[in-house]
Ligand binder design. Structure first.
Ligand code: ADP
Length: 582
């Protein structure tokens, strides 16, 4: 059983009061008893000495004893020098000492022995075994006689019993008072303690707004105020720690780099969202082991090696598969006594892809430039050597001119493309674009060529096709797509340009009935320098930049362009443009 502080205090108060009162009462009882006996003794001795003056040879001891007994209110016995009883106020008493203990010799009683030596003798004992308790005082008288006075102790004993009863009552009252006062005192003493216990419990539960009302100067008051100060300091410290943790967490969450901290056993101590994204892991990573967190075997091996060797590792890892990533990994052991490692991961896939694209772009540009440059160089050198006639020289010059035009076209396309790529969205032109009118203009421009090539050009654009964007940009887009349809469509086929409003968009379709495009090429069609059939395309003057320019222009107008094609049936390019500025 757990005793509360209040109960313990109450119990100790009661025990203390009861103990002290008991000792005091016993002391009183003993000293009162002793005083009463001493008083009796003293009185009896004086009376015995007074009586002894009357006792002597020649006086009848029996009668004398009886008369003296009436005067002193006590049994009077007279003994001779041998200790034999010679007179007694108690007529039933035997001639010898009938008051002697059964086993002792007549006259051997301690008070008589003392009296024979000339001093007063005192003794208390039972008159007879199991009989009344008596007090005896014997004094020497004349002629070797001894006078002994005896009184029963029953009066004193009754008084003492009465006293004991009163003292027991007083003891009970004292204990009851101790219980009442102790209860009250324990309650008062335990109150601040209870308040502090409540405060400490709330502190432990993380509630730091505790009110300290105590102004008492005692230890409880001081403790209570110290608890209040502790709570305030704790609150401030925890607030600082929380701010610090939140700041760190915000930094870690905002980082592009993945941060993964493992303990000495390879379990995750900390992982930021970027780490989870790079590792392709789902759910909370903290507490999981390295095997269930890092799925890539190479990266796992690096982490395990660093955990074991405690050496810094820096490098790049290529993960396998179609969506393979390039991850830059930096692993560093934590302090030796803690164990574990801290890993910084950076997804380099996009950067590596961009670098590869740039490399491919440079290679593509060089490749495109090589043919015309080589041709110009060759024909020009031949001309410079001067070994050609006028007709041949003219033919050579025409070839040089054609290649120079091609080079010029290429340079122009590349410049336009790069300009479109770097143009910020806020600089995009947002004018009202009458799509029907622009489509009509393009058709008119190309009518002559269509007639020459035997291509039928059909135009069906609704007059509600009013978009928002760059009119000259859209003209270039339509021209490019119709040009492609005529170039790559069926010889003497039909090119249809249709358009109209669809909700909040204007949708324009340029369709041909040509050979179509194999589905495997469709995802790459809008890439720079991509051509389905490079030789055929080049032969028609194409460098694979037209569709890339179309895509850039359309997206610059917040629109989109898609291609759908069925081999043997034809190809349709669909341009969708907004009707309202974003
Ligand atoms: P190019 O300058 O070679 O025409 P484009 O970017 O305009 O470059 O076109 C890319 C490639 O897409 C072309 O080389 C051609 O193979 C293919 N292509 C474009 N339009 C059509 C079409 N209407 N029908 C079939 N193939 C097409």
């Amino acid at each position: 059983m757990t005793l509360t502080f209040r109960t313990k205090l109450l119990a100790s108060n009661i025990a203390l009061v009861a103990g002290v009162v008991l000792v005091v009462l016993l002391q009183i009882s003993q000293s009162v008893g002793a005083d009463m006996r001493r008083e009796l003794d003293h009185r009896l001795e004086e009376q015995a000495r007074g009586a002894a003056q009357w006792v002597g040879e020649g006086r009848h001891p029996g009668r004398l004893a009886t008369r003296l007994a009436v005067v002193v209110h006590a049994d009077v016995s007279i003994f001779d020098r041998e200790g034999a009883l010679v007179g007694s106020s108690d007529q039933g008493a035997p001639p010898s000492s009938s008051t002697a203990p059964a086993a002792g010799h007549a006259g051997d009683e301690p008070e008589l022995v003392a009296a024979r030596t000339g001093i007063a003798g005192h003794a208390s004992r039972q008159r007879a075994p199991g009989g009344e308790e008596m007090h005896y005082v014997a004094v020497p008288a004349q002629d070797g006689l001894i006078v002994r006075l005896a009184v029963p102790l029953s009066d004193i004993n009754a008084t003492l019993r009465d006293l004991h009863e009163r003292l027991a009552g007083a003891f009970a009252v004292a204990v009851l008072a101790a219980v009442a006062f102790g209860f009250f005192a324990a309650r008062v003493a335990a109150r601040p303690l209870r308040a502090m216990t409540d405060s400490a419990t709330r502190l432990a539960a993380g509630q730091y707004d505790i009110q300290v009302a105590s102004t008492s100067p005692d230890e409880f008051g001081m403790l209570s105020r110290s608890l209040g100060t502790l709570a305030t300091q704790l609150k401030a410290k925890i607030s600082d720690l929380t701010t610090e943790r939140d700041r760190l967490s915000a930094i870690l969450s905002g980082m592009v780099e993945g941060v993964l901290v493992l303990d000495g056993s390879g379990n995750v101590l900390l992982a930021n969202p970027a780490a989870a994204t790079i590792l392709g892991a789902e759910g909370a990573l903290e507490g999981r082991d390295v095997a269930s967190t890092v799925h890539d075997a190479k990266l796992r091996a690096v982490l395990e090696k660093t955990l074991a060797s405690r050496e810094i590792h820096e490098g790049e890892i290529e993960t396998p598969g179609d969506g393979g990533q390039t991850i830059a990994v930096y692993v560093r052991p934590l302090a030796v006594d803690v164990g574990g490692v801290v890993t910084v991961l950076r997804d380099m896939t996009r950067i590596r892809r961009l670098l590869a694209q740039r490399r491919d772009f440079v290679a593509d540009v060089s490749h495109e430039f090589r043919t015309p440059v080589t041709a110009i160089q060759g024909y020009a050198e031949t001309l410079l050597r001067g070994a050609t006639d006028t007709t041949t020289a003219r033919q050579f010059l025409e070839i040089i001119h054609r290649h120079a035009l091609r080079l010029g076209g290429l340079v122009e396309s590349l410049l336009e493309l790069s300009e479109l790529e770097v143009r910020p969205p806020e600089e995009a032109i947002r004018e009202t674009v009458d799509v029907q009118l622009i489509a009509k203009n393009v058709a008119e421009t190309l009518t002559k060529r269509a007639l020459a090539e035997g291509v039928t050009l059909e135009l069906d654009v609704a007059d509600d096709a009013i978009a928002v964007g760059d009119p000259s940009g859209l003209e270039e887009v339509i021209e490019n797509l119709v040009d492609n349809a005529m170039k790559y469509g069926k010889a003497r086929g039909t090119v249809r340009v249709t358009g109209g409003r669809h909700g909040a968009r204007v949708v324009l379709a340029i369709a041909d009935d040509g050979a179509g495009i194999d589905p495997k090429h469709l995802p790459h069609l809008f890439e720079r320098f991509y051509r389905v059939d490079p030789s055929r395309s080049r032969e028609r003057g194409g460098a694979g930049l037209g569709l890339a320019i179309v895509k850039q222009i359309v997206e610059g107008m917040a629109g989109s362009v898609e291609v759908a094609s069925i081999v043997g049936t034809g190809t349709t390019f669909t341009v969708s443009l907004p009707t309202r500025a974003a």
